[in-house]
Design a binder for this molecule. Structure first.
Ligand code: CU
Length: 138
């Protein structure tokens, strides 16, 4: 038997188990929103390319950040607008550590952050690092 294949299969099974455990694990106390609910609406959106810039809007609703992940192009200035539409939960600010961004998100007020992304994956999160979303830069 191919040993590499067996190891790959076992690794995959353990990974799948961990993901399942995370998805159905206990809700985090911080945000009053269960993990299952958070994962229910995890969509990916691609930023709109326009006049040498890229734009997108991320809402904060009862399900957390929506979309949960955003695809961006590396090296193109990005203007990402965050709009918090709920007083539920704790996403009253947004932090993108790698780009030194930390902004308050007043209720129903659009807040646009600007940065030029580099290749890689980056997390955006609430101020307590509980609610999270992902930037996928290619
Ligand atoms: Cu939080």
């Amino acid at each position: 038997m191919n040993r590499k294949l067996i190891i790959a299969t076992i690794t995959f099974l353990i990974g799948a188990l961990l993901v399942t455990a995370a998805a159905f694990g206990k809700p985090q106390a911080c945000c009053n929103i269960s993990r299952a609910k958070l994962l229910a609406k995890r969509s990916t959106q691609t930023a709109k390319q326009e006049n040498g810039a890229q734009t997108a809007t991320i809402e904060i609703n009862s399900k957390g950040f929506d979309p949960g992940s955003l695809k961006l192009k590396a090296g193109v200035p990005a203007k990402i607008t965050f709009l918090r539409k709920t007083d539920e939960g704790c996403a009253k600010s947004v932090v993108i550590k790698e780009y030194n961004i930390n902004r308050d998100l007043p209720l129903n007020e659009a807040v646009t952050v600007e940065f030029t992304p580099r290749k890689g994956e980056f997390t955006f999160a609430c101020g307590m690092n509980m609610l999270k979303g992902k930037l996928i830069v290619v």
